[in-house]
Design a protein around this ligand. Structure first.
Ligand code: SF4
Ligand code: SF4
Length: 235
C-alpha cells in the first residue's frame, strides 16, 4: 500500500535474484494518503541504497524512485520506458560493471546481513524529510558509506569478565546471545544485528561486553570451558 514499506532488504533481494534494475513508484511527496509520509522513507532508503551500490561497484542508476499520482498514466509510461532503456544500456547486473558473478553475490549477501546494523547507524538520516531535490545527493556521502563498512562494529563478550548474570540475553532483541545459568555468555555473531543493547545493558561492575571496530571478533570460547566456578564454591 505504501512505498515506505519497500525495505532496503527487498531491493537487495531483487538484485541478489539477478534483477538488472529496480523501480519504486510512490505517491507524490506531501500528497501521502496517511499521516506517515512513507514516501519520504522510501526516498531516503533509495538514496542510501544507491550509495551502497556504488560501494560494491554497482551502477546506482539501476535503482530508480519516482513519485506520481495514479492519474499520471502518461508520465508513468514515459518513466518506465526511459528506465527500461537505461537498464538495457547498462547491461546485465554485474557484467555491465565488470564484477564477477560470485563476487557480486557474496557482496550482496554480506550487505544484506548488515541491513539491521545499517539502519541502526543511519536511523536519523533515514527519518529525514528532504524537500529540495538538490539535497538528495548530500544526504549520504560516498566517504560516509565507505567508512560505515570499513569500521563495522561488532560486540564480543569477554569470557574472563562475564558473570552470567543473564541481563544481556534478556535484553537482546533477536536472541543472539547463547545463555545458560552459570555459563559464560556468548554472542552468536551470525544472529547479532549489532544494536549495542548488550553493551549498554551489561552492569558496569562486570563490563564484559566489548565493542570491536573494524576488526575480526575473537572465536567463541569452547562450550566445555564456559562453566563459571564461583570463588565461594572453589573453597
Ligand atoms: S549487539 Fe544487539 S543483537 Fe547483538 S548480541 Fe548484543 S543485544 Fe543482541
Ligand atoms: S550482562 Fe555482562 S556479565 Fe551479565 S551475562 Fe551478559 S556479558 Fe555476562
Amino acid at each position: 500500500m505504501c512505498s515506505g514499506r519497500v525495505d532496503l532488504t527487498f531491493v537487495l533481494r531483487a538484485f541478489s535474484n539477478g534483477m538488472d534494475g529496480v523501480f519504486i513508484g510512490g505517491c507524490r511527496l506531501n500528497e501521502c494518503n496517511y499521516s506517515t509520509h512513507g514516501n519520504y522513507d522510501a526516498l531516503n532508503m533509495v538514496l542510501l541504497c544507491k550509495r551502497i551500490m556504488e560501494h560494491i561497484g554497482l551502477n546506482p542508476e539501476r535503482l530508480r524512485i519516482e513519485f506520481m499520482s495514479s492519474a499520471e498514466g502518461i508520465l508513468f509510461a514515459e518513466v518506465m520506458d526511459e528506465f527500461g532503456k537505461k537498464v538495457k544500456e547498462l547491461g546485465p547486473l554485474g557484467k555491465g560493471e565488470g564484477i564477477d558473478h560470485y563476487e557480486l553475490k557474496s557482496k550482496l549477501e554480506e550487505i544484506t546481513k548488515l541491513v539491521p546494523y545499517i539502519k541502526v547507524m543511519k536511523n536519523e538520516k533515514l527519518a529525514s524529510r528532504l524537500e529540495n531535490p538538490e539535497e538528495y545527493d548530500k544526504l549520504f556521502t560516498k566517504d560516509e558509506i565507505d567508512t560505515l563498512f570499513s569500521e563495522v562494529i561488532s560486540y564480543y563478550i569477554d569470557p574472563e569478565k562475564c558473570q552470567a548474570c543473564m541481563t544481556c540475553a534478556q535484553r537482546c532483541p533477536v536472541e543472539a546471545i547463547i545463555s545458560a545459568k552459570n555459563q559464560v555468555h556468548v554472542i552468536d555473531q551470525e544472529r547479532c544485528i549489532k544494536c549495542g543493547t548488550c553493551f549498554e545493558a551489561c552492569p558496569p561492575r562486570f563490563g564484559a561486553v566489548t565493542k570491536i571496530v573494524g576488526e575480526p571478533v575473537p572465536p567463541p570460547i569452547p562450550e566445555e570451558k564456559r562453566t563459571i566456578v564461583r570463588k565461594s564454591k572453589e573453597r
